[in-house]
Design a protein around this ligand. Structure first.
Ligand code: OXD
Length: 321
């Protein structure tokens, strides 16, 4: 028997992905890893004339979205999505998916625990004593009496809070809605914010930047921290009012701050933070995107979306994260 005429097979268009990133090195790392994770896909780097199904990137411009009308989702190549939501060029109905941990949590834990221990063990005082050749031991406070407040209990906030709890610190967590976390005293909602601040000897800022958190830590709220409290900001600079922070440190109400993020990045060379003796700063280096792990997470989520399955980490535009 001979085969009858075959129905023409419909060619399935390949999956198309575009990487958009202002830094050439990051762009090529993402390109390389996504091509490895999704060998069936055509991966392009923006600028490109590929009309993609999915995009991955950081700080895409209006021209990018205008040229990509077919996108089914945009994957953010970092933790915070404020850079996407502050512009109205991101199509209103386009799902935005953020990275969840993807190798950042362990870096954040390392960074925050290092800074908490630095304060708890009074390294700055001992460094000053060394400069003065002064031999003086300070009385120790037990860790369960040393309260560390974690503002923001998302994936990174929860990881940091849990790690500090495991180290034996008294940990307080603040979030919009109460979260039950083992060993962590939870505060939630605007009416518990003051009590949370008043109890936090070290305050770690890990909340996203949204219209509700911009300038949240200002003269009024920072004054509610106990005398001698210390601030660690690893979220976004715009949560803290710089002048108010400096004023409270100079007045002696706050012991100092560790800052990894700033309103303007790179931090302008003339900014007082650079030379302030009570400020330790790093250039937005607390937790870098680990591209290999992140690309695997993105590839898994793309496969789910292609099967019409929901994915975690989808941004709620109204909430702002
Ligand atoms: C961020 C990041 O969102 O570096 O700040 O991932």
């Amino acid at each position: 028997m001979t085969d009858g005429p075959r129905a023409p097979t419909e060619a399935v268009p390949p999956l198309r992905i575009v990487v958009v990133h202002p830094h050439e090195r990051a762009r090529s790392r993402w390109h390389e890893e996504l091509s490895r994770q999704l060998p069936e896909a055509v991966v392009a780097s923006w600028p490109s004339n590929v009309a993609a199904d999915f995009a991955i990137g950081w700080e895409p411009g209006a021209d990018f979205f205008a040229a990509q009308p077919r996108l089914r989702a945009f994957f953010n190549a970092g933790a915070g999505v404020d850079h996407l939501l502050q512009h109205d060029h991101v199509p209103a109905t386009l799902p935005i998916v953020r990275l969840e941990d993807a190798g950042m949590a362990e870096q954040m834990i390392e960074y925050c625990c290092h800074e908490v221990i630095h304060q708890y063990r009074r390294w700055d005082d001992y460094a000053q004593q060394q400069r003065e050749r002064r031999w003086q031991m300070h009385a120790s406070v037990s860790r369960d009496q040393f309260a560390v407040g974690v503002l923001g209990l998302g994936v990174l906030g929860r990881s940091v809070a849990t790690a500090l709890h495991r180290l034996g610190y008294r940990v307080l967590g603040f979030s919009r809605q109460a979260k039950a976390l083992d060993g962590i005293t939870s505060y939630a909602g605007a009416d518990q914010f003051e009590a949370f601040l008043r109890a936090s000897q070290v305050l770690i800022v890990l909340a996203p930047l949204t219209s509700a958190t911009v300038d949240l830590l200002n003269r009024g709220t920072l004054s509610q921290l106990p005398a001698g409290a210390y601030l660690i900001n690893v979220s976004r600079g715009a949560l803290v009012v710089d002048a108010d922070l400096l004023e409270l440190i100079d007045a002696g109400h706050l012991a100092g701050a560790t800052l990894d993020v700033f309103r303007q990045e790179p931090l302008p060379v003339e900014h007082r933070f650079w030379s302030h003796p009570k400020i330790r700063l790093t250039p937005h280096a607390s937790a870098r995107t680990v591209v290999a792990v992140s690309a695997q997470q993105v590839a898994d989520k793309i496969r789910r979306l292609l099967r019409d399955q929901p994915v975690s980490g989808t941004v709620d535009r109204l909430r702002g994260y």
